[in-house]
Design a protein around this ligand. Structure first.
Ligand code: C2O
Ligand code: CU
Length: 554
């Protein structure tokens, strides 16, 4: 259980998050129930409630003109010729070069340019568009400065003062890749260095994303802008005649806090020398690099690939007038059938592919909201350039449920949050283990296991496993006191089945507080070392990440 001091921190956080929710329409995980009694507050606070860096005043996004910038659509990355596959040098693969550089970009017409770090000169980075079964190579080139512009905490594992301050390692989230291609958090490289990585793309059509994963500074590198979308297409998906080309658009949603000069503000703790804070919620919701953008659409169907790229916030997405839309895909590809939704909840790192039909809305404007406030406006034109011949099929593919009888092992894995011995910061632990303790999860290649996440903390944690895809089995409330007393799992209610839009293949699942969240996963692909972790980036950087090994069958 959290102690008073962390409870106080929790309340301080909700104060900031609450003002954020009131200001920007963001629903942070804890803002619920606090929003009403939270005064508008434009001063950032440290975790303990002291005003933070008073010389840098927070920009209140409510004061900005809405919908004055067009929504940027990330460019599709072009390859630069071919190079041999490092796994089989007779095969030539398309080669992409992705440089990481510092850049400035305007997040809004009336906000000065914001310093960020981006891939290939933009935030979000360009989209990598791959075809299933066709491998490619990416050279990740670190041309960043050698000093970080965000507060590195040298007390965190992997970010010690004797390590280079700026380190990067790209990871393609959701990719089924050999271990040496996965972007292991300790396999970082520094400014002036590059790494060429092989991506086989031997997996179903899906919307993946690439982002930095460097040990101890992932939260800062991603907040700085190191992320982008990576799509995989396949023949089965293409045969559906879903909206495509100009009508297939990524919506990359994340939150930031800016100062009045347009610069990123990231809170720091009140502890000198240990600036880490345990969660980050911004007050400005950004989509594809703009605050309050608009998108001109035609009265027809569109496919949107929605990604939550936030450090810690979840988004509660609705359309104006509570209009329905359809979710057609989840983290790792199409659902079995479209699911009609009026609200889509996305936790950090989750993806949802949705179809919105603007037909019948000619000449109107509607908004995409989070927590009821519009952050993206759709302006529907009066006419179409051509008839809408795209389809929203009633059946997308078959996704057989993995029977629980296939599982050879059930692992009980706790999620917890603690103060460290000095009481300075909290540690977030998986199974009460630190990153550098011996590996305890060693599934056998091609075996199936059930992983039960027992959430002992007060927050939901989006849990992610690298390499594999899984299905959500259920969530079930349990007695926390009984568990703390003698580690017995006493359920206090029936198991809750997954939501309709959680019945596809997933790589990230929200583990709710007070619940045991169960997934069933087949460890297919490769033998070797990967990681599993909480995708709240502050937690991931502070021990809520563990290595796991897939071992050869004996
Ligand atoms: Cu989205 Cu371990 O990553
Ligand atoms: Cu977490």
């Amino acid at each position: 259980m959290r102690m008073f001091r962390t409870r106080r921190q929790f309340l301080a956080l909700t104060r900031v998050a609450g003002s954020a929710a009131a200001a920007g329409g963001l629903l942070s995980r804890q803002a619920f129930g606090f929003m009403a009694d939270v005064p508008m507050d434009s001063t950032p606070h440290s975790m303990t409630g002291e005003p933070l860096a008073p010389q840098r005043q927070m920009l209140n996004p409510v004061t900005l003109a809405k919908f004055v910038d067009a929504l940027p659509i990330p460019a599709v990355m072009q390859s630069e010729g071919k190079r041999p596959n490092p796994r089989n040098r007779k095969v030539q693969l398309p080669y992409y070069r992705m440089e990481m550089t510092e850049l400035t970009a305007q997040l809004h017409r009336d906000v000065p340019p914001t310093r960020q770090w981006g891939y290939a000169g933009s935030v979000p980075g360009p989209t990598i568009a791959a075809q299933s079964g066709q491998g490619l190579l990416i050279e990740w080139v670190n041309k960043l400065p050698s000093k970080h512009f965000l507060p590195v905490d040298h007390t965190l594992h992997g970010a010690e003062a004797n390590q280079p301050e700026v380190r990067t390692v790209a990871h393609v989230h959701g990719a089924k890749v050999p271990p040496e291609s996965d972007g292991y958090p300790e396999s970082w490289h520094t400014p002036g260095q590059s790494r060429t990585v092989y991506y086989p793309n031997e997996q179903d059509a899906s919307t993946l994303w690439y982002h930095d994963h460097a040990m101890g500074i992932t939260r800062l590198n991603i907040l700085a802008g190191l992320f982008g979308v990576f799509t995989i297409a396949d023949a089965a998906e293409q045969a559906h005649n879903l909206p495509s080309g100009a009508f297939d658009i990524p919506l990359i949603i994340y939150d930031r806090t800016l100062d009045r000069d347009g610069q990123l503000l990231y809170p720091v703790s009140a502890t000198p020398g240990a600036p880490f804070v345990s969660e980050f919620y911004g007050n400005a919701v950004i989509c594809n690099g703009k605050l309050f953008p608009y998108l001109e659409v035609q009265p027809r169907k569109y496919r949107f690939r929605v990604l939550n790229a936030a450090n810690g916030s979840y988004f509660h997405l609705t359309l104006s007038g509570n209009r329905p839309f359809h979710q057609i895909g989840s983290d790792l590809g199409l659902l079995a059938a479209p699911v009609e939704l009026r609200t889509l909840v996305l936790f950090p790192a989750e993806r949802a592919e949705i179809v919105i039909d603007f037909a019948g809305l000619e000449g109107q404007a509607l908004e995409l909201n989070t927590a009821g406030a519009g952050f993206l406006q759709f302006r529907v034109s009066k006419t179409r350039s051509a008839p809408d011949t795209s389809a929203l099929p009633t059946v997308l593919r078959s996704i057989p449920r993995t029977p629980q009888s296939q599982s050879v092992r059930e692992r009980i894995l706790t999620l917890s949050e603690h103060d460290d011995a000095a009481g300075n910061s909290m540690k977030m632990l998986l199974n009460e283990s630190h990153w550098d303790m011996p590996v305890t999860e060693k599934p056998t290649l091609d075996s199936t296991e059930i992983w039960s996440f027992v959430n002992l903390a007060g927050d939901a944690h989006p849990m992610h496993l690298h390499l594999v895809r899984f299905q959500v089995l259920d969530r079930r409330p349990f007695d926390l006191f009984a568990y703390n007393a003698d580690k017995s799992l006493v359920y206090t209610g029936p198991a809750v089945p997954p939501d309709a839009n959680e019945l596809g293949w997933k790589d990230t699942v929200r583990a709710e507080p007070g619940m045991v969240t169960r997934i069933i996963v087949k460890f297919a692909g490769y033998v070797g070392r990967y990681v599993w972790h909480c995708h709240l980036l502050e937690h991931e950087d502070n021990e809520m990440m563990r290595p796991y090994d897939i071992i050869k069958p004996s």
